[in-house]
Ligand binder design. Structure first.
Ligand code: VG1
Ligand code: CO
Length: 554
């Protein structure tokens, strides 16, 4: 029999979860009791519900994941959790965890990932808590966890518990006369089954075969590798050279596992120089996706969402469960709104972060949503889902018999086009960035700012709305304030600026530009130049950040 012991501890500063969990340098998590404190704080926030509960634990396979899982198992054992389900080798994609929580009616899940942030001993680690609906913990839960972390004095642990996470099977223990189980499960099976329920695998398989469809799918050495091999190669009959970087690496091979035009440049170049019909990449934890077409024709995530909305009924899941409303995060271009209007559906605009979609899905008002940050997903789970998005695109290609560029051209022909770009200024100094935001907030919230005109090139933009976005959840009426500065002009064009909540140090400035036009064959960088110039000048970004150029443009 094993025994739980109580260990004294003192609080660590700054255990405040951001947009998606607590993300810090690995070295920070390795400090004495840092990880233990945070895990105990999560469990304390659910104290009354722990007895006889099930928790799902897994992550993107990054450095320090295995150590963190061992700590989590030992602390769960001591806190009367009855069962922990762990992905083999600790590997579970974020969408897979969301599915497992729902399927097993678990109390929640603990995800070991810093998503698209780089990994390895010198880089980032992260811990995220998801609730029983399978979605990221909402603000009230993460606030509780943070408050607890500030006053924590002890944690409970079963120090000599031993578990081998490389072997599938059930490990049973007795802890202080109570049963405790750690079950090591296959990382892919349940997720594969879910995808088979959502999509018509036979159709997609025949389509790939009969068209001899050429795809290039890049797992960026993140968690999706095993899922990609199983789904695209084994199930759907793709060739083994259609998938790349499918072995999860603890440091992602030294790359940023971030599927965009900058960090997935290898894939983009290969597709541009090759003869592929579709290219796709995922981030470290498998919830983001990038879709490109023949010759690397780029689909913006905002457009991807709108196109999927337009063709939703070619996916069996939506035929069966119906089509409810749509949603996007505030900075995401409003292409989906136009599809929603046409189909007479509710369209919601929520703050940045997937946690804000959960209530609407649980209330049956939302079935499809996305973010400009390469996140797309539906109410099949409560996380964005990279592989799901690629299967959705393959279903659309099968259904229309068209290539990706043609699908987009048709879409823009019907709806017009939202040109969109995002400039990221990564790892700036925090103080001047805070000052920049507060200076700009002051400027744009002066009453006289409304109606003001800005000229760039030959275009005049007149301000219609300007604020720091705040959101009232339509379901539980909770309020999220200060979610990003937003200037909306009379023609619907928008400038949005906010600081990232996923970085592990310093500040990352995100500048988003969205502009609608009926003319759809323009070049985004040219179409958006006037608004970019206005935004840079208005924010005095160069002065505050001392940066001439963004680190990433998408
Ligand atoms: C970013 C994105 C946001 C996304 C979040 C988590 O947040 O902008 O849309 O939900 O990352 O995605 P921020 O605060 O850095 O802008 V993931 O795949 O990193 O969990
Ligand atoms: Co992610």
């Amino acid at each position: 029999m094993l025994t739980a012991v109580v260990k004294n501890t003192t609080p660590h500063e700054g255990q405040k979860p951001g947009t998606s969990g607590l993300r810090k340098k690995v070295k920070v998590f390795q400090q004495q009791n840092y990880t233990e404190n945070f895990i105990q704080s999560i469990l304390n926030s659910k104290k009354t519900e722990l007895e006889n509960s099930v928790l799902i634990v897994g992550g993107d396979g990054r450095f320090f994941g295995a150590e963190a899982i061992e700590i989590i198992c030992k602390i769960c054992a001591a806190n009367k959790v009855s069962k922990v389900l762990v992905g083999q080798h600790g590997v579970l994609s974020t969408p897979a965890v969301s599915n497992l929580i729902r399927k097993n009616k678990a109390l929640g899940g603990i995800l070991l990932t810093a998503s698209h942030n780089p990994g390895g001993p010198e880089n980032d680690f992260g811990i995220k808590f998801n609730c029983e609906n399978g979605g990221p913990a909402p603000d009230n839960v993460t606030n509780d966890i943070f408050e607890i972390s500030k006053i924590i004095t002890e944690y409970k642990i079963v120090e000599n518990l031993v578990v081998d996470i490389s072997k599938i099977g059930s490990n049973k223990y007795t802890v202080d006369n109570k049963d405790f189980t750690i079950e090591i499960i296959d990382s892919v099976n349940d997720y594969l089954q879910l995808m088979k329920e959502i999509f018509d695998f036979d159709k997609i398989k025949n389509f790939i075969k009969s068209k001899q469809l050429k795809m290039l799918i890049d797992s960026m050495s993140g968690v999706t590798g095993p899922y990609v091999n199983s789904i695209f190669v084994e199930e759907l009959g793709a060739q083994t050279n259609n998938v790349i970087r499918t072995t999860p690496l603890t440091d992602f091979g030294g790359c940023h596992p971030d599927p965009n035009l900058t960090y997935a440049k290898d894939l983009v170049d290969k597709v541009r120089n090759g003869d592929y019909d579709i290219g796709a990449a995922f981030d470290g934890d498998g919830d983001r996706n990038m879709i490109i077409g023949h010759k690397a024709f780029f689909v913006t995530p905002s457009d991807s969402l709108a196109v999927i909305a337009h063709y939703l009924e070619c996916i069996p899941y939506f035929k069966k469960h119906g089509v409810q409303g749509f949603a996007r995060s505030m900075p995401t271009a409003s292409a989906i709104d136009l599809v929603g209007q046409k189909l007479n559906k509710e369209v919601f605009e929520v703050p940045t972060g997937w946690k804000y979609f959960g209530n609407l899905m649980d209330a049956g008002r939302l079935c499809l949503c996305g973010e400009e940050s390469f996140g797309t997903g539906s109410n099949h789970i409560r996380e964005k889902d990279g592989i799901w998005a690629v299967l959705a695109w393959l279903s659309i290609m099968e259904n229309t018999g068209k290539g990706i560029e043609e699908i987009l051209n048709n879409h823009w022909e019907i709806y017009g086009r939202n040109y969109f770009t995002r400039y990221d200024y990564e790892e700036c100094e925090l103080e001047p960035c805070n000052e920049m935001i507060s200076t700009m907030e002051k400027l744009i919230t002066e009453p006289s700012f409304i109606g003001k005109s800005f000229t760039a090139g030959n275009t005049i933009y007149k301000v219609k709305v300007a604020d720091n976005f705040s959101y009232i959840d339509p379901v539980d009426k909770s309020v999220a304030n200060k979610q990003g500065l937003r200037i909306v002009f009379e023609d619907g064009s928008r400038i949005v600026m906010r600081l990232s909540g996923t970085g592990s140090s310093g500040a990352t400035v995100r500048l988003y530009i969205d502009s609608y036009s009926r003319k759809y064959n323009g070049v985004a960088s040219v179409m958006l130049k006037p608004l970019i110039d206005i935004a840079l000048e208005m924010s005095q970004l160069k002065k505050f950040t001392k940066r001439d150029q963004p680190t990433v443009i998408t």
